[in-house]
Design a protein around this ligand. Sequence first.
Ligand code: SF4
Length: 395
Amino acid sequence: MQAENKFSAENPIKTVRSLYIHIPFCAKKCIYCAFFSAPPSENQIEQYCQCLLIELEMVAETLKPQTIFIGGGTPSLLNTEQWKKLLKGLERLNLLGAEEFTIECNPATVSDYKARLWLDYGVNRISIGVQSFDDDILKLLGRIHNKQTALNTYETFRKTGFENINIDLIFGAPGQTLDLWQKTIQEAFSLQTEHLSCYELTPEEDTEYFKSLNSGNNTVDEELVSAMYDELVEKAYENGLFRYEVSNFARDKSNVDNGIPSFACKHNVNYWRGKWYYGAGASASGFKDGIRTRNVSNTELYCQLLKSGKSPVEEIDKIPPLSRAGEIAAFGLRMDVGWGYAEFLNATGFDLRTHWQKEMVRLIGLGYAVGDEKSFRLTPIGLRFADWAGELFIR
Ligand code: SF4
C-alpha cells in the first residue's frame, strides 16, 4: 500500500492518465467478433458492476484519468439504474472529470434518459457501432439493429447535446460491393460526425466468419477491399475528415496538435504514443512502469476473485525497455504523422535512428516510408502495410 501511495497525485509522473473499463456483455454475438463478450446471465450485469467498483477502489489512488474509455462488449446494454450506480461509484472514487470520456454503444440499446445521464456525469464522447447502413449487410454480420435504428440513435445523442460522436464502420463484408460501401460512407458523411473509424472485416479465429471462410462458403476479394479503402480515404478527405491513423479519421485540421486533428480520440492516441493506462474489468490489460498486466478473461472468476478481496490480475509481464520501445515504434507508425525522433526518444528513452536504422532504410527503399532530419513516417502506400512494417520494429 505504501508503494502505491508513492504513485499518487503528489507524484504526477507516476500517475496513470488513461483508464479503460471493459463491459463484457452483448445482446447477441456478431459473426466476426473475437472480443471478450457474451450475452449476460441473470443478475450478472448487476454483480459485475459492483465488482468493477471493487477493483477500481483498489487502484483509485494511482489514477488521475484525463481520458476514460468504457468499451466492450456493449456498455450501452446496462440499464439506466446500473449506469447510475456505476457512474456514482466513479464519482465517489474521484475518477470523474476527464478531459475526454467516451462510452461505446450499439444502436437499439440507447434511450434519451440514458444519454442524458451520461452527459450529466461528464461523458463527452460517444462511439456508435453502426458498422453499415445497409440492412442486408447488418443482418449478415449478426447485428441487432438496422439502418433506421442507427440513425435514430445518432439523433438521440445529438438532441441530448453530444458534440463529439464517432461511428464505426466495417468494409470487406461478404456480399458488400463497392457501390454498397460508397452508399454507406456517403450516409456517414452526411451525418457530419466528428470522427469515423473504419475497419476491414478480418477473420479472427473462433468466430463464425472465420469458420465460413475456412469451409469455403465465403472468400475475400483483396482487390475489392483495397479499392474500398482507397475510396474511403479520398471521400473522407473531401468531406473534411482527415485520416490520422490507418483506420481513424477526424475533423478539424485547422486546430491541430502535432499534426493530429483536434477531434482525434485522445485515449487511443495515448495508447499509440506509449503512455501508461489502466484497464479495469474482465480481460482488460494495463501498462505502467515497464509492467504489463492482464485480468482474468472469465467474468464469473473475475467477480469471485474480487468478492473475496483478491486481485483479478492473472498475468504480469515485465517488458524489457527495448521491447516496449519497439512496440511503441510500431503503434506510432500507424499514425499519419509517424514519429518525431525527439518525441520517440522522450517516450521510450531510445533513439529510433540508432536502434532501427536498418528497418528505416529498408522501408524508405521500398517507398513505404519517408524520413527527414526531424521525423520518420509511413507513406500512404506504406500505411496499407502498417502491420507488416510495424512487425519489423518489434524486438
Ligand atoms: S456488439 Fe461488438 S462486442 Fe458485441 S458481439 Fe458484436 S462486435 Fe462483438
